[in-house]
Design a protein around this ligand. Sequence first.
Ligand SMILES: Nc1nc2c(ncn2[C@@H]2O[C@H](COP(=O)(O)OP(=O)(O)OP(=O)(O)O)[C@@H](O)[C@H]2O)c(=O)[nH]1
Length: 294
Amino acid sequence: MAKQYDVLFRLLLLGDSGVGKTCLLCRFTDNEFHPSHISTIGVDFKMKTLVIDGIKVRTQIWDTAGQERYQTITKQYYRRAQGIFLVYDITSERSFQHIMKWASDVDEYAPEKVQKILVGNKSDEVDKRQVATEQGCSLRDRGPPVTAVCCKSGHQLFAPSVVNEELCSLYSAMGLCAAAFLHGPRLHRPASGVLVAHARTLHATQLIETAGRSNVVWCRRDDEANGRDDDDDALPGNGADHAAVSVTRTRTAVYVYIRMCVAGCMHTCVSWLGIILYVSCRGCDECGLSLSAG
Ligand SMILES: Nc1nc2c(ncn2[C@@H]2O[C@H](COP(=O)(O)OP(=O)(O)OP(=O)(O)O)[C@@H](O)[C@H]2O)c(=O)[nH]1
């Protein structure tokens, strides 16, 4: 049976009870809105597969309970997240103030390099607004990109600057935020890289397929002959055994890393649009995860 996705991407929704996390999830996965507030108990999740630049990205989105009493449970899910939505309600000053507390929990329990995005929900409730847009934006300067959404209508009012405009039009509400993660400005790297391949002519999907084949002989190829150094995002210690070369210099730049994990398995991973996408682990399932923690 053909593989149903190329990469798996785990996202987590955090924020006070009632800010609309479950609604964001339902809008994203089923394009539905539920007017009633039924508090989430512990955690719940839904999946959605997006096709972005020909790559099937399976998003697994974890919805957490905002209520304090579930936080021992929900904190256990931070560790495996690659992207986190910090959600507040624009009609609740309190939910916005609590964002700093949620963010500090993320700092404590999530992988160091997790991507974060701040989401101000209920932007349809203009008359009840307690948090000015500028307040949300002021946090962006100190941390995650911010976006304002309305899951009631499915509209996103303004896009974070890091989001590609073209992609914005493709997804509603949370899809836009997922795109923001995918276009995050930071490039996550494995702690150590061994060898990197370069294939300028390959499409990202082909590259990922190729990366998954064990018999591929990886070689470094840059444009030294042309006096150009494409290795502009190289891993530290650039040299014979540390290199990173972009496949293309457009926004879909892909970086490929191969490394041995602690268990001696060969990992291949692709970093694309600023995040690491796993491709394969030759020997075990578990150690592949350590790659995300960098
Ligand atoms: N007007 C408006 N109401 C919304 C919007 N999004 C969510 N709501 C309402 O806000 C209430 C809470 O939404 P939920 O998604 O259940 O909140 P939650 O953050 O998941 O809450 P917990 O599960 O308790 O953590 C519901 O009554 C929703 O209908 C929105 O964009 N606009």
